[in-house]
Design a protein around this ligand. Structure first.
Ligand SMILES: Nc1ncnc2c1ncn2[C@@H]1O[C@H](COP(=O)(O)OP(=O)(O)O)[C@@H](O)[C@H]1O
Ligand SMILES: [Mg+2]
Length: 404
């Protein structure tokens, strides 16, 4: 007798010979290979990326001094020797800029003039970038914030908590290829044999910016935590990221966590470790409606964590308007709506939508990495001004959290 039901479910129609798992697996294999080849083409010499050099004008602006002063330091033989190009143009590496910072700070009247990071007694800042809407600009925001802070002289750790690993990709890691034997935060927060975070942290091509890359391993934490909760294990899940960070705490001023687009155990544990929260939002009706659901769920879940003893205190929470188009009427209405509802919790500056940002992303780079000659001057400058303004505002909040 022909069976037409298996386990009470209708048998799949005859003639479907292909298996989804096999087809998708084959596609993943092909894609991964092509992506690797693409990377080898973009960064040919090695997989290790090198950051471009900065013009003397850019270096002076980052340091907050006049170019003429940098030139004088160079002529006097003080500080690092920049690379000299045709016409006497001076080019500084990020490491050069950092050693200039250290030199200038040593001679500065007011401490923190050139090195803005923590001083004795200042707590580590842990900024979580969240929203469960994919495409709201979390990764772009986290990458540009982490890199700009590093360029400004902070010691920064970027953590990719999203199994999709876009932040890692932006820093030159191909998750399924470079991280075969682990190497994500999961190794440090898993319940069995966790590693110290210091064994996982990697350097980036930015001086002072380290990264903990991500990949699909991170998903394990969701399953393991569900298991631990089911067994009523005494292990607390929400302290695990904070505990992992405490080991390397002294090495950094600031941690930027790119959260996954969902409110699972990873995000909740990150929020327990957070001292500040940045919610990215694209100012369109569907995005704002989705954010409403996100905020409701966050509030409920974090309330439960707080009752269980989780630390939900923070220094600041801000909404950041992303991919903003100032000429778009409906977007402006949404922005006005958010400002009227959330007041000072909305950052004054917005991240403008710019092809310079999305095009840089196409080559897995940020605006701070790309050669500006690739863009028309006005396009690049407008995008840069916008992101610098956003990051500057956030740096102000970091300083305020340290009482400055
Ligand atoms: N300000 C911007 N201007 C133009 N494109 C942007 C901007 N911010 C983000 N994007 C693009 O939008 C897409 C989604 O951004 P992403 O940061 O990856 O969002 P999320 O991490 O929230 O999913 C990416 O392709 C990115 O390059
Ligand atoms: Mg992302």
């Amino acid at each position: 007798m022909a069976r037409d039901h298996v386990d009470g479910r209708p048998e799949k129609r005859q003639g479907r010979q292909q298996r989804i798992d096999q087809l998708v697996g084959a596609h993943a294999g092909r894609l991964s290979q092509r992506l690797q080849a693409h990377r080898a083409q973009l960064f040919p010499e090695s997989t290790r990326r090198e950051l471009r050099r900065f013009t003397s004008g850019e270096a002076a602006e980052l340091l907050g001094v006049k170019d003429a002063y940098l030139r004088k330091l160079h002529l006097d033989g003080r500080g690092p020797s920049p690379e000299i190009r045709a016409g006497g143009r001076r080019l500084y590496s990020h490491a050069d800029i950092q050693s200039l910072r250290e030199m200038l700070e040593a001679g500065a009247k007011t401490p923190g003039t050139y090195l803005p990071g923590r001083r004795a007694g200042d707590p580590l800042q842990v900024i979580c970038v969240i929203n469960f809407k994919g495409g709201s600009g979390k990764t772009t925001t986290a990458a540009h914030l982490a890199q700009k802070c590093a360029l400004d002289g902070y010691r920064v750790l970027a953590v990719d908590l999203d199994p999709q690993a876009s932040l890692s990709a932006l820093h030159g890691f191909q998750p399924e290829f470079d991280l075969l034997d682990g190497g994500t935060l999961h190794d440090a927060i898993r319940y069995e044999d966790p590693l110290p975070l210091s064994a996982i942290v990697r350097r980036t091509c930015f001086t002072g910016l380290d990264i903990v890359p991500g990949n699909l391993d991170l998903m394990e934490f969701e399953h393991e935590t569900a298991g631990a909760l089911g067994r009523r294990s005494s292990e607390l899940f929400f302290t695990r990221i904070g505990d992992a960070l405490s080991e390397i705490e002294a090495n950094y001023d600031l941690v930027v966590i790119d959260c996954p687009p969902q409110l699972g155990f990873l995000t909740m544990s990150a929020l327990s470790a957070a001292t500040a929260v940045l919610v990215t939002v694209h100012p369109q009706m569907l995005d704002v409606m989705s954010m409403c659901q996100f905020l409701l769920m966050t509030s409920n879940l974090l309330g439960v964590v707080a009752e269980a003893g989780g630390d939900m205190s923070y220094d600041w929470l801000r909404y950041l308007i992303t991919r903003y188009e100032p000429g778009d009427g409906p977007q402006n209405q949404m922005v006005g709506f958010m400002r009227s509802l959330f007041g000072e919790n909305v950052l004054n500056h917005a991240a403008l939508k710019s092809t310079a940002i999305s095009d840089a992303g196409m080559t897995k780079q940020t605006l701070y990495e790309v050669e500006r000659s690739q863009f028309t001057r006005a396009t690049y400058q407008r995008a840069l001004d916008s992101l610098n303004a956003v990051n500057g505002e956030i740096e102000g909040l970091i300083q305020a959290a340290w009482g400055r």
